[in-house]
Ligand binder design. Sequence first.
Ligand code: M6P
Ligand code: ZN
Length: 183
Amino acid sequence: MIQIDWSRGVLQPNAKIVERVKMLGQLDGIFADSEAFRALDPNTVVYRVQAWCPVPEGTEGGLFWGTTVVEPGQVGSEYFMTHGHLHQKRNRTEYYGVVEGKGALILMDESRSTWTEPMSPGSLHFISPNTAHRVANVGSAALRFVACWPSDAGHDYESIRRNGFSARLLSVDGEAKLVGSDA
Ligand code: M6P
Ligand code: ZN
């Protein structure tokens, strides 16, 4: 039996859960301000993912469940955020639900139009087909959210690494502002 602590999203027992830790050093090229990036410790934890994968990756008809914890922080004026991805099977969708903290779900459609949905405890988010998604922590405490996605969705990180999103979420006078890459 898998247990979730709904107050924090923590999954147990550890033996049945896959855990991944993303440190700054693994997110090289993702943030805009490379000078600010180099000044930070590459071993700084940006986010952790706990995932329950009851069927093998790639199985059609299965679902995965995950809890992601994004730490508060900034690289220059850009908030700590997840790498972001498209699903390899572009028509696969996903749910995110926030447990704790304050964030923004950054979404980009096929025409590279980017927008955000505010994330706060209790907010539920549906990620449509063909939509790139990443999460930024805009608060001062950890942002915790749960996710559910198809086991054959897959992660396409390459497109994001190559082309990024068309806008970035920056702290401008202490407020989160979506700023176009070309702005
Ligand atoms: C959520 C889900 C996972 C994803 C994780 C971190 O938990 O969408 O599939 O892996 O967030 O995001 P990323 O893969 O972009 O680093
Ligand atoms: Zn996804």
